[in-house]
Design a protein around this ligand. Structure first.
Ligand SMILES: [Zn+2]
Length: 526
């Protein structure tokens, strides 16, 4: 998101409004010279079915071995178990499930408009099992992000691992107006230590030069193909030039046009009017080549042949097809900061708050838009393509962490098997980042980034929400199942419920300070 970034030439002299950095870490236990997770059922990120009970042995911050220790439902034979060494630590996880740490491929670390301190965002992510994020250009600036990245690497703050993709042109000494300027900026960005570039679109010659140079330097890239430049450069152009992934879906229907070359904009359309922008976007997939047509297949097959990753971020448009659902999600009261809520509320100025006159017609159009979009994403996966899970949270009623789990539910809705959903959230993310050597599966040699849940997410992905899933007991008592129990990153065990409690405290304090309560906008107060 971030509309300020959409106008290409505006970066150079844009000064960044930064949010408070995360405080020194006071959460989490470990790492230990030896740490054994006992008796857990492993749901790995490589598409393998669940297996258990297993004992997972970790040494410091790396996984040493995954050991089959018995037969389901039978007492475990102690002889088969790895022995605890002196100074080691063990954790009994019988009846629980272990998954690789989740990767959020579109994780903005908040911004001044949202009023979200980094601690708030990081803790919500970690509480939902997210141990790695790709920052697709945060308004806090590259230096700010790199500082938090380094501190996260050393675990001196409680935060996921961070991959920093700078907004193209951000911090440029001069406006990027020629291919040579673009190449200079790309080299400078790599030198500063960024992991990649997030594009929003630019004139074709500049996009081409920047993407090629970036690839030459071995960095990765992604793009939100915004409407202001998409008529001249869509997803196919990016992929051919060597871009490695795309965000959302913009630029994909445009690549699929057969009977037009621009979106069917009404004459009074104004891109800066976000109701126009998002309402018309909801009619875009219908203007593209239909599923399984020649052109649909041609575009899909070419993207597949280029090993191009799609990061749909379905959840961030969820409110477009059901505004009430997104607005009234049960976690807002306790976990959405009042300042963030204020940013979500209908406004002609905030980004992603375009509820000027939104209703049945817009929502039905978006439901149809999703059906076609989901069909493309599911087929891409079925033909061997890589789909990742990204949240883009902090906008449009999607709160950090919760929105990511919603993304997993929407991949499921698109037709993914729950194991395919988990693979998108883990191994496919790691591959897209070029980090599969260290991340993405629970496998000897990789970082000890592991999520532990006490309910089966394959049966119901909603157990991954911090607020869990509703379960009625045999004697009619209402309870909750799940919520991540432990998030393990770099061999350090975080109590996920405790992280959530910290977040709730931050929210409560701001509520007290501001007297804020969740209200229905425009409703008469009695
Ligand atoms: Zn975004």
């Amino acid at each position: 998101m971030r509309i300020a970034f959409l106008i290409f030439f505006s970066f150079a002299f844009y000064s960044f409004a930064q949010i408070p950095k995360a405080p020194p870490r006071s959460e989490g236990d470990g790492p230990w010279p030896q740490f054994i997770i006992r008796g857990v059922t492993l749901i790995n990120g490589n598409g393998a079915p669940p297996i258990g009970p297993v004992d997972i042995v970790i040494e410091n911050n790396r996984i040493l071995s995954v050991n089959n220790v018995g037969s389901p439902g039978m007492p475990v034979n102690p002889d088969r178990r790895p022995k605890l060494k002196q100074g080691g630590k063990e954790l009994n996880c019988e009846g629980m499930y272990a998954l690789p740490g989740f990767i959020d491929m579109h994780g903005h670390i908040g911004g001044k408009e949202q009023g979200t301190p980094a601690e708030y965002v990081f803790k919500l992510w970690m509480a939902h099992g997210i141990t790695t994020i790709r920052d697709p250009s945060t308004g806090n600036g590259l230096d700010w992000v790199l500082d938090q990245k380094r501190k996260s690497e050393k675990d001196s703050i409680s935060a996921p691992r961070i991959f920093a993709y700078t907004a193209f042109g951000m911090g440029a000494k001069q406006p990027v107006t020629t291919p040579q300027h673009a190449i200079d900026w790309v080299r400078e960005n790599a030198k500063k230590g960024a992991d990649g570039i997030k594009f929003f679109g630019a004139p074709p010659a500049i996009m081409d030069a920047a993407i090629r140079e970036n690839k030459k330097l071995g960095l990765r890239s992604t793009c939100h193909h915004a409407q202001m430049n998409v008529a001249g450069w869509n997803v196919l152009n990016s992929a051919r030039a060597g871009m490695t992934s795309m965000e959302h879906w913009y630029g994909l229907p445009e690549a699929l046009f057969t009977n037009r070359t621009v979106q069917n904009y009404p004459p009074d359309y104004n891109y800066a009017n976000e109701q126009h922008r998002f309402e018309e976007a909801g009619r875009l997939w219908k203007q593209a080549a239909p599923p399984n047509s020649d052109h649909w297949n041609k575009v899909m097959n070419e993207l597949l042949s280029l090993d191009f990753t799609l990061d749909p971020t379905f959840n961030i448009y969820d409110a477009n097809r059901d505004l009430q659902r997104a607005r009234r999600a049960e976690w807002h009261e306790d976990y959405t900061l009042p300042s963030l809520w204020k940013f979500y509320e209908p406004s002609r100025q905030s980004h992603g708050s375009y509820w000027i006159n939104w209703g049945t017609e817009q929502e039905i159009a978006w439901k149809e838009n999703y059906r076609l979009w989901m069909e493309f994403i599911n087929q891409y996966k079925n033909r061997g393509g890589r789909i990742t899970a990204g949240s883009d949270n902090g906008y449009i009623y999607q709160t950090y962490g919760f929105g990511y789990i919603r993304e997993l539910e929407l991949l499921r809705e698109a037709g993914f098997h729950p194991l395919e959903v988990i693979r998108s959230a883990t191994l496919h993310g790691a591959q897209a980042l070029g980090a599969e050597k260290d991340l993405g599966t629970v496998e000897p040699g990789k970082f000890a980034d592991i999520v532990i849940v006490d309910a089966n997410p394959l049966e119901n992905l909603q157990v991954l929400y911090g607020t869990g899933a509703i379960r009625l007991t045999a004697d009619n008592k209402i309870t909750r199942a799940g919520g991540v129990k432990y998030t393990i990153k770099n061999g350090i065990v975080y109590d996920a419920k405790k992280l959530l409690a910290d977040v709730k405290k931050m929210v409560d304090e701001e509520k007290k300070k501001t007297g804020w309560k969740l209200v229905q906008p425009g409703m008469p107060e009695f």
